[in-house]
Design a protein around this ligand. Structure first.
Ligand code: SAH
Length: 269
């Protein structure tokens, strides 16, 4: 996958993308990330990327011309082909007004060959960018940041780790929080346990078994894979109910899950 980032702060990305799985994916040739300095696509002495808003109001707005000029030489397919899926490419505008970025969207983007991420600044970006060149607007959460750079880094990290081969153990990315995958049959070993099925992940523990009087749950030490699987599923359901009850609405809840949930709720009352 090739990712192009359009920003007025190219230096921002030295660091966030140079570690861990993202770095490894780039070294392995699974991902290639290119950062484009928007100021290089301006034509005035001051390299102006922003201007005052039409109609008045606070702040400055990123001008459309440098963004159009930056994307033009990238050799992208037409917007129609990108949107109808003929071209495996997506041009994304980072925006607080965008659709909320989720694991489902990360998985969708991981199937593409090319991503272009446009980072806004100031009061935002001239709306013609959203209307005529971006295929979609994505927000990384319901809060306002000062720029799209962190959002672009978030999207690249979430997508890169889903590229086949990026994470050593691919099963681990299928079983994490929010992942839709559910094991179809009761797994033989506890290392391929529950599949989050759209829920939050279950809690993880490692050595020591007793840390300063804080013991690891007994069930994890007894080697009974069936019990461990059930315990993990219960913990995942418990945590989801407590922290993200909204996820349960869209989750695949089996008969066993429904029983566990009923038990948890009864205990709370
Ligand atoms: N006036 C805008 C906020 C502009 S913040 C509003 O009220 O919606 C400046 C830039 O930061 C935006 O253009 C966008 O690129 C980025 N940004 C801010 N919050 C974001 C979020 N939650 N997700 C993604 N990008 C965000």
């Amino acid at each position: 996958m090739k990712a192009d980032i359009v920003t007025i702060f190219p230096g921002f990305f030295q660091g966030p993308l140079d570690h861990g799985i993202t770095r490894r994916a780039c070294e392995m040739g699974l991902a290639k990330i290119e950062v484009h300095d928007l100021r290089q696509f301006t034509h005035d002495r001051h390299r102006t990327v922003d201007d005052r808003p039409f109609g008045g109001g606070e702040g400055m707005v990123l001008k459309p011309e440098p963004i159009f000029d930056c994307l033009q030489p990238l050799g992208l397919a037409s917007r129609e082909q990108r949107v109808d899926g003929t071209a495996k490419q997506s041009v994304i505008l980072l925006s607080a007004q965008g659709e909320r970025f989720t694991q489902r969207i990360a998985a969708e983007l991981a199937t593409l060959d090319r991503l272009v991420l446009i980072c806004g600044r100031y009061e935002g970006v001239d709306e013609r960018v959203a209307d005529f060149i971006a295929d979609r607007e994505l927000s990384i959460g319901d809060y306002v940041l000062s720029g799209g750079e962190l959002g672009a880094a978030v999207i690249i990290e979430a997508v890169t780790r889903l590229l086949p081969g990026a994470v050593g153990n691919e099963a681990s990315t299928r079983q994490e929080s929010f992942s839709g995958h559910v094991e179809s049959e009761a797994p033989a070993a506890a290392d391929s346990t529950c599949g989050s099925g759209g829920l939050l992940d279950y809690p993880h523990y490692t050595r020591p078994a007793d840390f300063c009087g804080m013991p690891v749950p007994e069930v994890l030490l007894n080697g009974n894979h069936q019990e461990i699987r059930r315990w993990r599923r219960e913990q995942a359901l418990k945590k989801t109910l407590r922290n993200r009850p909204d996820l349960l609405e869209g989750a695949k809840v089996s008969e066993e899950d429904a029983e566990i949930l009923a038990r948890i709720k009864a205990r709370r009352e």
